[in-house]
Design a protein around this ligand. Structure first.
Ligand SMILES: [Fe+2]
Length: 265
């Protein structure tokens, strides 16, 4: 089984890259399941129901998010509707599973590929240099206890490399892949860990690279120079698509390989 995981889709440049390249990528790599982090898909801040459904129509099957998940308030009703009607696309938009109890939406999706393979996607968020939320490690333990599918993909949306690497080792042999998101910069540490979990600290951003992690360069430089509050605007230039292809044994859920992709627009 081959899984494509697309890194943080940022604004229109990111969505356009997905529209231009996804079909070819799926065909060329024989992809059975496509997952993407979409928390910045709406102009760099959050995701709307309309954009989520646009991404589903392009071929993405599960969308993960992170700290920007509530930037667009209309997503709250959409996530709750997904919980009420599990067959709707809304159920395939996740928020981090380790948000406090009572938070709208879900951090776990369990589905079946077109080829009939059961899989699960878990969305987690880190706590180092980020908001204080529940423990992602123990949340993963609790979710894994209730998942029967062998193929399990984890999006660890986190700032600190150490926290992501630690989670990779913690889940090694228990999940198919731990893929990091949030920093928007792809790391060169893609590998299969000792017990068969594919790992990368950050998959990188699918969006405008001519900027500072998605935002217009001058705004961020000025922010560093004078510390004044600034309204951030999404950058536009040099769109790129960052992703990984994970090949795994669908019987055991163990990864055979992970390959890093970087496509320039
Ligand atoms: Fe983020």
């Amino acid at each position: 089984m081959r899984i494509l995981f697309i890194g943080d889709i940022f604004g229109k440049p990111g969505r356009t890259m997905v529209r231009s390249h996804l079909r070819q990528l799926v065909a060329r790599h024989g992809i059975d399941l496509t997952i993407a982090n979409g928390e910045n898909a709406a102009g760099g801040f959050g995701i709307t129901p309309q954009i989520a459904e646009e991404l589903f129509e392009l071929g993405i099957e599960v969308i993960t998010t992170g700290n920007h998940v509530w930037d667009k308030r209309e997503l709250i009703d959409y996530l709750n509707a997904g919980l009420d009607e599990p067959a709707t696309p809304a159920r395939r938009v996740l928020r981090p599973a380790n948000y406090p109890a009572g938070t709208p939406g879900s951090g776990l999706y369990q589905g079946t590929t077109r080829g009939g393979v059961a899989y699960a996607v878990i969305n987690l968020q880190g706590r180092v240099f980020m908001n204080s939320i529940d423990d992602p490690f123990r949340t993963a333990d609790a979710l894994l206890a209730q998942i029967s599918s062998r193929v399990v993909i984890v999006d660890m949306h986190a700032e600190a490399t150490s926290e992501k690497i630690a989670l990779g080792w913690y889940l090694d042999g228990r999940v198919t892949a731990v893929i990091g998101t949030h920093t928007h910069v792809p790391t060169a540490d893609d590998r299969v860990l000792n017990k068969g979990t594919a790992y990368q600290t950050d998959v990188g951003m699918t969006g405008p690279w001519q900027g500072v992690i998605g935002i217009q360069t001058e705004l961020i430089i000025n922010r560093f120079l004078n510390g004044m509050p600034t309204r951030f605007e999404a950058a536009t230039g040099d769109p790129r698509l960052c992703a990984v292809v994970i090949d795994c044994d669908e019987q055991t859920g163990r990864a055979r390989s992970i390959e890093r992709l970087l496509i320039c627009g």
